[in-house]
Structures are given as C-alpha cells and as structure tokens.
Write a protein that binds this ligand. Structure first.
Ligand SMILES: Cc1cc2nc3c(=O)[nH]c(=O)nc-3n(C[C@H](O)[C@H](O)[C@H](O)COP(=O)(O)OP(=O)(O)OC[C@H]3O[C@@H](n4cnc5c(N)ncnc54)[C@H](O)[C@@H]3O)c2cc1C
Length: 496
C-alpha cells in the first residue's frame, strides 16, 4: 500500500487530502501532519466558480458546507476607482452563463465599434446578468433547473473551511498527526525518505505533498527548487486584514468589492456573519502601520479593539511543482496576489491534474511530470497576466505607486500582444483566439477589463446604436424571471 504524507493542514492540505481520499482509486494510506503552533494563514475568503466543482466532485452539497463556513454567494467582483476615465470609475467583472450570450454579443460589438472611435456604449455593467444580480441583490441560484450551468463563486470563512474539510477527511479515516516538523530527510537520489518531528519521531512515506504554506518546508529544505518570482511585474508583497461586524440583518449583495486605494487595493467580502476586509499593498511605497491606518479610515473603523492581521506575500511560483516523490500544493508552490481570488482554483487544478496523471495504470514518467509542470506553470503565468492587466490599465495619477505600475512595469509578451491588438485596428478576437493556449481568462473577461477600465480612444465618429438600455432591461428580466433573491436563498440555507 502506497503511503502518502501531506505536510500542512491549511486549505491546501485538507483540499488535497479530501480529493485524494475520494478520487484516487488506489490502495492508499494517507497521513496529514500539521503544526498547532505555526497555524494556517487564516485569510483567503473569496473563490472563483471552480470551487463549485470541488464540492461537486466530493458530493458535498451547499446546504452542508456553506452554513459550516458562514459562506455566501459571489456573482463577481466590483472594481472601484481603478480607472479615472469619466463614466468608467467602476466596473463589474461578472461570472458568466449562457444567459449572457445575447446581451454579451451587443457588448463585444459595441466594444469593437468604440475601439474604432464610434460613440457606442461599451460599459460592461449593462450587458451581463451577474452584474444585475449583484446590483439587485439576487443570488446566482436559479428558481428552477435550466439546461446549463450558471457560474458563480463563494465567499467563506477560510479557517472554518479548513476545519470543515478536516472533519470530512477524518470521517474518511485519514491519519492525522499534530507535530512540528524539524527535519526533512533525503535519499541519495534526492527523493524524500522521511520527515522528523520535534519529538524525534520519524515519519516515512512513499510520496510527500508539501502544503506547508509560504514556508515551503519540503521543497526548500531538500530540493532547492527554483522559484520564479513575479516581483518584477506584480509589486504588491504585503497585506493587512481586518474583520468587521455586519451592521445589518440583511445579507450584503453577492459581490466582492475591490477598491483601489493609495498604494494598492482593498477587498471587502461579505460573509453571512461578518465582513472580511483587507488592503493589499507594496511595502516599497507604504509601511504596514500606514497601510493599516489607511484601511481603518477607509472602513470608517474607529474601534481599536478590532485587531488587524499583517501578512507578507511571496509572489511567484516554483518552476517544478512536482519533482521526484514530492508535489507542492498551495502557497508552497506559488502565489499570485488575491485580486481575482484565484489561489484555491490553482490548488484545485494542481490536485486534479496530479490525480489525473496518477489515475493511469502506469507509474508517471519524467515526461508526464514535465508536462504536468508546464501546464501548471502556464496556468500560473496566465493568471499573472490577467492580474497585471489591472495595473497596466489603471489611469490613476494620485500617487507614484499607480504611475509606477502603469508606466515602469513591463508587460509580459502575451499581455503586450493583447493590449496592442485592442489599441489598434487588429481583429481583437482573432488575437485572443491565436493566444488561447497562454490565456487562462476567456474572451468575456478580457473585454470586461479593457472596456471596464475605459481603455478607448476619443470618439470622433458618429453614434452607433448600442442597445445598452435594451441589454440592461433584458438582463434585469432574466434576473427576476429565473433567480432567487439573495436573502430568500441564504435564509433557506441558514434555516432562518
Ligand atoms: C492576503 C491574502 C489574501 C488571500 N485571499 C484569497 C482569496 O480571496 N481567495 C483565495 O482563493 N485565496 C486567497 N489567498 C490564498 C489562500 O489564503 C491560500 O492559498 C490558502 O489558504 C492555502 O494556504 P496553504 O494551505 O497553502 O497554507 P497555510 O494556510 O499557511 O497552511 C500551512 C500549513 O502548514 C503547516 N506547517 C508549516 N510549517 C510547518 C512545520 N514546520 N511543521 C508542521 N506543519 C507546518 C501549518 O501549520 C499549516 O497547517 C489569500 C492569501 C493572502 C496572503
């Protein structure tokens, strides 16, 4: 029986444990070792729609996990003050569904007219159902089944999510050891043979999964893997997080707010019982104390008994997530700042691909492992490109930080290709299609960010019939016809 050791009991460790326990049809003996004293990172409260697939694969319904994690629904992200272009001071990055097909067609068409200097309405907020769901405070849950999936994500308490997943893995009889690991022991070929705890216990295994967070204990201690830093393109390396109470019995609308501040951006995430707030910033431009003060002021928070949590972020990725008998998952494998809440999605993708490679009947070859690493790297780099686009497209000039992000940071080649196509008369869709293999974000997301930030030339040509009003009316009617009110749906989940 193969013995797998997972090091770390944060979201990455418990997500990996549950997936392996339920999906690898092999005779496995899985042990998870975590430290009580080091603890988990304790932040990370937003997801992409991909998390829905995670719970679906484990056959855990929303009615079970959401109340356990004070979770709410997320229809998208509202980006506020990233752009100073008149009329484009905020835009909504929606999660999509087939309901959007008709109005989105108008949007893409209008964007392309507007790029060519016609006076067409190209603000994304009119054309996507999720933007209207959020502004009307509906949930993304349909009243009756429709013949396609409606994408949506979640907000949740990350500590509670870890505890929930731990309980689930324990129900499946995972071996669980609480100890600090002090040594990682190697074989001659560089593989890991065992780990040693602070009580001197040696834990041997056939395969090791490093979920030890930014410590990256296994990959750092033994394998000296190369870390590809994103610091040259993504400046933010720090964050401060503060939890505040919900001052109302009403549920907040199903959206994350991402607001540009002086030296970074703040998040506001509505859970069922409180807000999660934070400020992601660059320590080159502001101190932790000043960042905390700016966030408190932004939140109107005068209660000094509410404590803040300060975090450093190591931004980038390993070049080999899997080498020999060790796979890195979670913060140990890499991290991209949480602007689009992508970290759990990258964890999931890594685990899923690992399971896929190991589901074949043969032992994975070096070629299999290299392909695995290349695919994960492409995904990380693709997410990085989309995040970087927010900074390159910003039009703020109130602080040197925003000017620096726009003017001094180099675009990656794939982002440069996209921006050049958008700014020129090239066919934008052809460019997206040609670069598809490098892009994690799909066409609607690229249109939304470029148009949402108001990246358009001056209007010099005649009006173009843009149908914004019609599209808005259409989306609103879809919302009212098909979706449940947020309050109604959450009250059902929370048995109120
Ligand atoms: C500011 C910020 C905001 C974020 N927001 C989001 C978001 O909105 N959405 C999203 O998807 N993600 C977000 N993330 C990322 C998310 O928090 C993490 O990806 C996720 O929690 C997984 O973390 P982890 O399990 O890899 O690491 P951790 O939670 O740090 O867990 C590490 C584990 O390893 C153990 N460990 C470490 N060293 C030892 C040792 N020597 N011996 C034994 N055990 C050890 C620890 O005890 C712990 O159990 C955010 C991250 C940051 C920094």
């Amino acid at each position: 029986m193969a013995k797998i050791i997972i090091v770390g009991g944060g979201s990455a460790g418990w997500m990996a444990a549950n997936s392996l326990l339920s999906q690898l049809n092999k005779n496995l003996d899985i042990t998870l070792v975590e430290s009580e004293t080091i603890g988990t990172i304790g932040v990370g409260e937003g997801s992409t729609p991909y998390l829905k697939e995670y719970f679906r694969a484990l056959d855990i319904p929303e009615s079970e996990w959401m109340p356990a994690c004070n979770a709410t629904y997320k229809a998208g992200i509202n980006f506020v003050n990233w752009s100073t272009v008149k009329g484009y001071e905020n835009y909504f990055h929606p999660f999509f569904s087939q309901f959007d097909l008709k109005p989105a067609k108008f949007f893409f068409n209008n964007c392309n007219k507007r790029r060519l200097q016609h006076n067409a309405n190209a603000h994304p907020n009119h054309y996507f159902v999720a933007a209207h769901l959020a502004s009307l405070n509906y949930s993304p849950i349909v009243k009756e089944k429709v013949p396609f999936d409606v994408d949506y994500g979640y907000h949740f308490d990350s500590v509670k999510l870890g505890l929930f997943l731990k309980r689930k893995a324990q129900e499946k009889n995972i071996n669980h050891i609480i100890s600090n690991i002090t040594e990682v022991n190697k074989k001659d070929n560089g593989d890991i043979s065992s780990i040693t705890t602070d009580c001197g216990k040696q834990i041997t295994g056939d395969f090791f999964i490093d979920c030890s967070g930014f410590a990256a204990l296994l990959v750092n201690k033994t394998q000296n893997r190369h870390f590809v830093s994103y610091a040259d393109t993504l400046l933010n390396d720090s964050a401060v997080a503060i939890q505040t109470p919900l001052n109302s019995d009403e549920y907040a609308p199903p959206l994350t707010i991402s607001k540009a501040l002086k030296y970074g951006w703040s998040w506001q995430i509505p859970l069922a019982n409180r807000w999660g707030n934070g400020y992601v910033y660059s320590s080159q431009f502001i101190t932790p104390e000043d960042a905390e003060a700016e966030l408190r002021e932004e939140l109107g928070l005068t209660d000094t008994t509410i404590k803040a949590k300060h975090l450093k972020m190591r931004v980038g990725r390993l070049d080999e997530h899997w080498r020999g008998n060790c796979l890195a998952v979670g913060l140990s494998q890499g991290f991209i700042e949480p602007l689009e809440a992508t970290a759990l999605m990258l964890i999931q993708l890594t685990i899923e691909k690992f399971i896929q490679v190991n589901s074949q009947n043969t032992t994975p070859s070096i070629e299999n492992i290299n392909t695995f690493n290349t695919e994960i790297n492409t995904t990380f780099d693709g997410v990085r490109d989309y995040i970087l686009a927010h900074y390159k497209l910003n039009t703020r000039s109130d602080t040197p930080y925003w000017r620096h992000c726009r003017e001094n940071i180099n675009e990656t080649p794939s982002l440069a290709t996209i921006l050049n196509a958008w700014d020129s008369e090239l066919n934008f869709e052809d460019t997206l299609a040609k670069n598809k293999s490098q892009l994690v974000y799909l066409k609607p997301s690229w249109y939304c960010i470029l148009a949402g930030m108001g990246r358009f030339p001056e209007v010099t040509k005649a009006d173009y019939e843009s149908n914004a009003q019609n599209a808005s009316e259409y989306c609103k009617s879809i919302v009212e016809l098909y979706f449940l009110k947020n309050k109604e749906q959450l009250n059902t989940l929370y048995n109120k």
